[in-house]
Design a protein around this ligand. Structure first.
Ligand SMILES: Cc1cc2nc3c(=O)[nH]c(=O)nc-3n(C[C@H](O)[C@H](O)[C@H](O)COP(=O)(O)O)c2cc1C
Length: 368
């Protein structure tokens, strides 16, 4: 098999749309409402088939090993992402499915082969989201020590990814003598189906962004203040170009789309305020402050409501026209795409598909 076959996701020139966190209990909404997302395999499969038929570009999972507590133990129930992606790729035709991998918990030789296997199965539709680590209690749960400094975390991630890359590209057998890995006589076959699978990284810190602009096809970052996002996206793209690379910047959004704005706002208040799982929200915010810089800390304190409604995602709330305008504003800020989440993805996606996608097509934002 030649290694130059194009990668389907990287061929797409329109504004990318995906879903995020459907493998996790409650998805992106830290809420107690009884209709909160059930992350069953049946629901994920139903969603994937609908997304595939509608021409949506990708699905992205969250890798998590312990929940956030609160009344619902938010994200306490999580489908493991490599096995989840394998199943979904087998049941779809055009959708790219990412697996999310913690570098410290997964050996690079194992991951290179896992992703290559999914990519063979899906003929180029596997993606890899690399997590260099941030959530200390989660590492303690696994008996791992998360290095407190970003230098060590990202140096480890860099060496880890260089091994994965080499295994995907090198036709022969090689030894690796690095700082963190000493490997003897390694090789990996099969290779990915075509060119390298798309790489995603969601770092917020300076060193993390250095890692992302050096290695990833897409950097994932919150959109909180779109004026600020414009500068941020421009800076990230410039940082990648300085390394002779092109990096797309993606964000994540939470959708509440209803025939009237009043209905949408009333439902947002219902699940994301009155019935939010505030104890879990506070744990989430506390851990973000303590260990990560993915949300700028000056803004994090201001977005407790957004953390409840959509894990800090950009709010797309209102009529189909208002939701479409929100997505257009993300494109105008320079983003290459966004993920979508819903309180109940399977129930709510069809209305979005039937009403919002045609508006985006009419604006030239989407081919499908
Ligand atoms: C959109 C988004 C998706 C992420 N997905 C995961 C994930 O699935 N699992 C995880 O442990 N961390 C995840 N993270 C955390 C990041 O990968 C990263 O570790 C975190 O932002 C800390 O990096 P930093 O200290 O460089 O900011 C995500 C972050 C963002 C913003």
């Amino acid at each position: 098999m030649p290694t130059t076959l194009p990668v389907p996701l990287l061929q797409r020139r329109h504004f990318l749309l995906g879903t995020f966190a459907s493998n996790c209990s409650s998805g992106m909404s830290v809420t107690k409402v009884p209709e909160r997302w059930q992350n069953s395999w049946a629901n994920n499969l139903a969603l994937a088939r609908m997304l595939d038929d509608a021409g949506i570009d990708f699905m992205l999972p969250i890798a998590r090993w312990i929940g956030y507590g609160g009344e619902t133990n938010f994200h306490g129930d999580v489908l493991e992402t490599v096995t989840w992606a394998t199943g979904l790729v087998a049941h779809t035709r055009q959708l790219t499915v990412f697996a999310t991998t913690h570098t410290a918990a997964n050996h690079p030789v194992v991951v290179a082969k896992q992703i290559a296997t999914i990519d063979q199965l899906g003929q180029g539709r596997a993606g890899l989201n690399i997590v260099a680590g941030w959530n200390s209690p989660e590492y303690e749960a696994l008996g791992l020590k998360l290095p407190p400094d970003h230098e060590t975390r990202y140096a480890y991630a860099q060496e880890w990814f260089e091994i994965v890359q080499r295994l995907w590209q090198d036709p022969g057998t090689f030894d690796w003598q690095g700082e963190h890995f000493q490997l003897k006589g390694i090789h990996s076959h099969p290779k990915p189906y075509g060119a390298m699978p798309p790489i995603l990284n969601a770092a917020g810190s300076g060193l993390g962004r250095e890692f992302a602009t050096r290695n990833a096809n897409f950097l994932f970052t919150p959109a909180i203040d779109l004026d600020r996002s414009k500068d941020e996206v421009a800076e990230l793209r410039a940082a990648a170009r300085a390394k002779d690379r092109e990096v797309g910047v993606l964000t994540f959004s939470h959708v509440v789309c209803r025939p009237t704005e009043q209905e949408a706002r009333a439902y947002l208040a219902h699940f994301g305020q009155t019935h939010a799982d505030w104890a879990a929200v506070d744990n989430l915010v506390r851990l973000q402050f303590a260990h990560a810089q993915s949300f700028p800390h000056d803004l994090l304190a201001l977005i407790r409501d957004r953390m409840a409604a959509g894990h800090g995602g950009f709010p797309l709330v209102g009529t189909p026209d208002q939701v479409a305008r929100g997505i257009i504003s993300l494109a105008e800020a320079g983003f290459s795409g966004t993920t979508l989440s819903f309180v109940d993805y399977v129930l709510e996606f069809p209305y979005f598909r039937d009403t919002v996608l045609p508006i985006l097509r009419a604006h030239g934002l989407r081919d499908a």
